[in-house]
Write a protein that binds this ligand. Structure first.
Ligand code: ZN
Ligand code: ZN
Ligand code: FE
Length: 760
């Protein structure tokens, strides 16, 4: 028989998703010899055998590729047969194959779902997985990714599982967490009335407790979740007390897509994300207004579909089609992932039972949250399913550590041309979150064999993240010039440049709530010309006072009074606005006094703060439960409008005074708040268009990068994107990392890399 040989060059998301074992298995199936190897951006395959077999192999590569992989390009060339005797997985040239083997956790695949219904050893077995699905990052302790380097280590495979694990034709060939009811981890039900160990009894008890409105802490892959019946207002309110969360919406896990469609509007893109192997929470428009206690006052629902066998088992058998699904933690503190901590929820916090198991979570991860904008995904929280998938860059970032910012923290380590973002950590103001942050830096550094030689951090002198950066620098004896402070908004824009591989000057628009400015004031509405080395701040909103500093973020009514005073003068407290009825006149006057005497006042130009002020003035939020509550609610009630308020550009600053005055006059004239919100959104959109066009006229620049938490707002981003595009601009936004501070570490890394390179 005449042999032919092919060289197949594959790029896309094919590393760390079981692609090489898959290629190996298929080559064996078709009796081909050759090899497979990772390269910088994908996988190379060489096969030798009959023409027919080679063709079959290539067809099946495309058709049967692992669920978590994505082939973006497959180039096939004829080669000379070398008469190889076997098929091998070869080590990669750059030596990074171990690192790219660390995959994110993958939602359970359909075949495994079949197994838990049919396969005797896996009937209702919640730990069922295969090479295509299951926990990865959450259970790994070290590389190479082997069972002994995971928290499956203590479970000795039974004979049957071992057969699957060692059989190249089996779907579970080298599936590290492979197990069954005979040999794997097991769940246990613990409540005040005792402990249940039998699997079936655990489940039966769980269903009946949920049905009667109980709140259960459930151990999933990345940590514990609290669940309860979403249609039971009493249960939901009790959950709110446990979590100390008064009105912030909870996510809902729906039984299936049909159930989800009864309550939400979804488009094709949203459906794609809901059903993706990453399985994030996707923010959707509420259709039924049925779960009033879950999302009180909001028109959106954070929806998620089951992603572990356990979720599927519960959702299919419990007779509850929609479950509140939220991270098990108490306000501000990190996600609980240890069994003993979960039991504290039972003892001290009033949760009714804990369903836990005996496999440790090594890397705890919250659920990811995604919003879908017109031009693509907007990641709100990047964690399970995404971490540690790298952002592949156009430049090398080896040994750079970027610690991120203090809010919505995520840090980033550099390996080769890959930026590996940590999972979402939380706000470092909380001591336990800070501990999680420092522990995770150690864990991830160990896991990826990472030693920093360059450290990037925010310029804010009081940030815990910056403080910790200096400590690490000391530990590693990193010289001063390699400790690089990056301005917050410059980092936001640089994160977009890094994602899109842009290495030239752009017009950057960074709108957020808070970021330390080089003049010591709080920035957050920056129009800049910047590249990865430097930025030139061109325009921003005019500074306005934040009475009480940080307190004004939690109590936006302070901002409303400050801006009302600025627009209307001293008798503003006598105005009959609705929000003022909730705030004693004395308190309002004290704010004015504080401003006049410059006592306890910081100055901000944060666009997010302007949203806060409008939300307070329009009586939407005077006390904020979380940062961004006011803006989110404003977006929620927004009604499409043709009108806008003028925000004139005076001496390089956009003045909000006319806007504030007009908003208040509109309110007094009885214009509905939804209409005012529409006009306000248009005003911000217009301001961005004016700023960008001005800079473009001066400089001839054509590329625009938008970043910062304000761009989570769908109305703002969709409209600006579309309008700038129509004007001929090339517009770039964050798609792989959050545009909020959760993505800032990537930007810090990109700037530090360029600056450090220039030092050489
Ligand atoms: Zn599977
Ligand atoms: Zn077994
Ligand atoms: Fe920010």
């Amino acid at each position: 028989m005449k042999k032919t040989a092919r060289h197949i060059h594959i790029t896309g998301l094919v590393q760390g998703v079981g692609f090489r074992p898959f290629v190996y298995r298929h080559a064996k199936r078709y009796g081909l010899s050759g090899w497979v190897r990772n390269h910088a951006a994908g996988v190379d395959v060489v096969i030798e055998g009959s023409t027919r077999r080679c063709n079959q192999f290539i067809r099946s590569l495309k058709k049967d590729a692992p669920i978590a992989s994505l082939i973006s390009m497959l180039v096939e060339t004829k080669a000379e047969p070398e008469n190889l005797s076997d098929f091998q997985i070869r080590p990669s040239i750059n030596g990074y194959e171990q690192i790219t083997d660390i995959s994110p956790d993958i939602a359970v695949c359909n075949e495994c779902l079949m197994d838990i219904k049919q396969q005797h050893r896996r009937l209702s077995y919640p730990f069922t997985n295969c090479t295509h699905c299951g926990p990865r990052f959450s259970i790994i302790t070290n590389i190479p990714y082997d069972r002994s380097a995971t928290s499956m280590k203590k479970f000795i495979m039974c004979e049957e599982c071992m057969k699957e694990y060692t059989n190249v034709h089996d779907r579970r060939f080298h599936a590290q967490p492979v197990s069954c009811i005979h040999c794997g981890p097991a769940y246990k039900w613990i409540s005040k009335s005792g402990t249940i160990e039998s699997r079936q009894e655990c489940f039966t008890r769980l269903y009946s407790e949920l049905k009667t409105g109980k709140i259960i802490a459930l151990k999933s892959t990345g940590g514990f979740q609290l669940i309860c019946d979403a249609s039971n207002p009493e249960a939901v309110n009790r959950l709110r007390r446990i979590k100390q969360r008064h009105s912030r919406p909870f996510a809902i896990m729906f039984k299936n897509i049909e159930e989800l469609k009864k309550h939400t509007y979804i488009n094709r893109e949203q459906k794609k994300y809901l059903q993706s192997w990453q399985r994030p929470v996707v923010i959707l428009k509420d259709k039924s207004s049925y779960f009033t206690e879950v999302n009180p006052g909001y028109t959106t629902i954070g929806a998620i579909l089951p992603y572990t066998p356990l979720h599927h088992i519960i959702m299919e058998n419990s007779d509850i089609p929609a479950m509140v699904f939220t991270s098990a933690n108490v306000k501000g503190s990190p996600l609980i992932f240890e069994n003993d901590r979960a039991l504290e929820l039972l003892k001290q916090k009033g949760c009714d039972a804990v369903l836990l198991h005996n496999r440790a979570v090594i890397n705890s991860q919250d659920d990811s949250i995604v919003k879908i904008h017109d031009h693509g995904p907007c990641i709100i929280r990047r964690a399970r399913g995404f971490t540690p998938s790298p952002v592949v860059l156009k430049f090398e970032v080896e040994n750079i550590l970027a610690v991120g910012a203090d809010f919505k923290n995520s840090f980033c380590i550099g390996k080769d041309r890959r930026a590996i973002m940590s999972q979402y950590m939380g706000n470092l103001e909380d001591y336990e979150v800070l501990q999680r942050f420092t522990n995770s830096i150690n864990k991830i550094s160990k896991l990826f064999k990472f030693k920093p030689t360059i450290i990037a951090h925010d310029l804010h002198p009081d940030y815990h993240s910056s403080g910790h950066a200096l400590k690490i620098a000391e530990q590693h004896a990193i010289p001063e010039e390699r400790i690089i402070g990056v301005q917050h908004h410059h980092a936001h824009i640089a994160s977009v440049l890094a994602e899109h591989g842009i290495n030239e000057a752009v017009i950057g628009v960074a709108f957020d709530g808070t970021g330390y400015g080089e003049d010591g004031r709080i920035w957050g509405s920056e129009f800049m010309i910047c590249d990865r080395i430097q930025y030139q701040r061109k325009y921003h909103l005019d500074y306005f006072p934040l009475p009480g500093g940080d307190k004004a973020v939690k109590e936006p009514w302070r901002l409303a009074v400050a801006l009302g005073y600025r627009a209307f003068g001293k008798n503003f407290p006598d105005f009959p606005l609705e929000f003022q009825k909730h705030i004693p006149k004395e308190k309002q006057k004290n704010i004015i006094k504080a401003i006049d005497n410059n006592v306890n006042i910081s100055w901000s130009c944060g666009a997010g703060r302007l949203f806060d002020a409008i939300a307070a003035i329009t009586n939407i939020t005077h006390y904020a439960e979380f940062e961004g509550e006011g803006p989110l609610k404003l977006e929620n009630i927004h009604k499409t409008s043709e009108d806008y308020y003028h925000i004139p550009l005076q001496n390089n600053a956009f003045s909000p005074d006319i806007l504030i005055r007009a908003t208040i006059n509109d309110l007094l004239a009885g214009i509905p708040v939804s209409e005012i919100s529409g006009r306000f959104h248009n005003s911000i959109i217009n301001m961005v268009l004016v700023g960008v066009n001005r800079i473009a006229m001066e400089t001839g620049l054509n590329k625009v990068a938008l970043s910062g938490g304000v761009f989570q707002n769908k109305i703002i981003t969709n409209s600006i994107y579309q309008k700038l595009y129509a004007q001929g601009f090339q517009v770039y936004v964050n798609q792989q990392v959050p545009c909020n501070d959760g993505g800032i570490a990537l930007g810090q890394m990109a700037v530090a890399q360029q600056l450090a390179q220039n030092q050489i």
